[in-house]
Design a protein around this ligand. Sequence first.
Ligand SMILES: Cc1cc2nc3c(=O)[nH]c(=O)nc-3n(C[C@H](O)[C@H](O)[C@H](O)COP(=O)(O)OP(=O)(O)OC[C@H]3O[C@@H](n4cnc5c(N)ncnc54)[C@H](O)[C@@H]3O)c2cc1C
Length: 412
Amino acid sequence: MSKHERLSGLPARPVISNGRRDAIIIGAGAAGLSTAYRLNRLGLSVRVLDRSDRVATPWRGRHPQLHLNTHRQLSHLPGLAMPRSAGPFPDRDTVIRYLEDYARFIGVPVEFGVDVRRIDENDEGWMVTTSNGVLATSHVVVASGRESIPFIPDWPGRAGFAGTVVHAADFGDIRQYRGKRVLVVGAGNSGTDLLNHLVKADLRSLHVSVRHGPSVAPGRILGMPLQRVAPMLEMLPARVADWFLDETERVAFGRLSRYGLPRHPMGPVTRMHEQGVTLAVDDGFIAALKLGRVTIVRAVDRFDETGVTMTDGLRIEPDVVIAATGYRTGLEPVLGHLGVLDSAGVPLVNGGETLGHCKGLWFIGMRPSLSGFFRAADRDSRKIAAGIRKDLAGRKRSGNAAQRSSIPAPSP
Ligand SMILES: Cc1cc2nc3c(=O)[nH]c(=O)nc-3n(C[C@H](O)[C@H](O)[C@H](O)COP(=O)(O)OP(=O)(O)OC[C@H]3O[C@@H](n4cnc5c(N)ncnc54)[C@H](O)[C@@H]3O)c2cc1C
């Protein structure tokens, strides 16, 4: 049994790489495509693998009402602007078209239908085990998405609940909720996005279960999209940016604790860094809350056949429970054995950082930022491309030096 078979538990297959590439990128979303563009521009050979059958698959599954909450000018990828016609906050279909255009623009073909199952290190670099065989490369860029797998907590009694439980990822068309009693669990970034839409639908009732209040930013302040100051806030120390966003929330909405949303003990930027939770953006939810059209309830304790009981004993009977309870990366089977993931399966490094024991393994799209994932993909792809180029140049220099030292010196 080969070392690879032993490590992966998978049968060894022939290496199908027709010529070793400088880098293999896993995932053809915003992060993977940006990195492919950068590496290609540097003249490096790159292979992009994606398990889905076409570009922008995660965006196609998102609900049709969705608009970016990041401004158009902060949501384009390197080398290709988003058209002005996309408006300040492009809608889902515009994002899909943009990603399709971008995939054509970068000039690197994506290999669709290739599922990466495991990554192992060997003496010469990395072995990438895929559904089509094993590929060898010097560098691997993991761009498989931070929101790969919808996560729903294992609530007691949920299996016996006669109503519907859906994850926010499967929210679908808003019209299906008309006339229903809806409970949204979680009011983070995606929960608040759904609430912004649900408050405009004709529901029988709307409850929101929260452990603490989210940090909420208004979409615009004095007519200007607040998101446009995000790059500036990112340059400030976290506690200063926390203060600015807390004050903005207070000025825009007043004290939300009066409406049942107690302030989180951490400031929004500190929380984003420490817990990976992004700021929620309001577009109608808070006004509806103040009008009494939304009821805040405590965290979910358990389900029974017809209802849900909260931690304070309150019981309600929703028809639909929407779990806006986050996502997982799903990277454990692929990378869990390498010591590069934290206990939640999130990579320990991202962007230009690498771990000393895993040189040549890069991650992108794994950290939230105030200015959004698209802008982070633009910035981090540049750092990764520079890191890969530097490493390959170093290898070339030491290869040349080794070659020179093995040439016998001419006799005097
Ligand atoms: C509801 C919602 C709204 C959002 N709104 C915004 C916004 O307004 N602004 C913003 O900046 N960000 C937003 N985001 C974040 C958004 O996910 C990112 O902007 C972006 O789509 C992430 O791109 P990505 O390339 O990192 O990952 P993805 O788009 O998830 O792409 C990852 C790709 O990797 C592939 N893949 C995964 N695992 C494997 C594997 N093992 N083998 C092969 N291929 C694999 C997948 O098929 C997929 O195509 C939003 C997210 C959600 C859920």
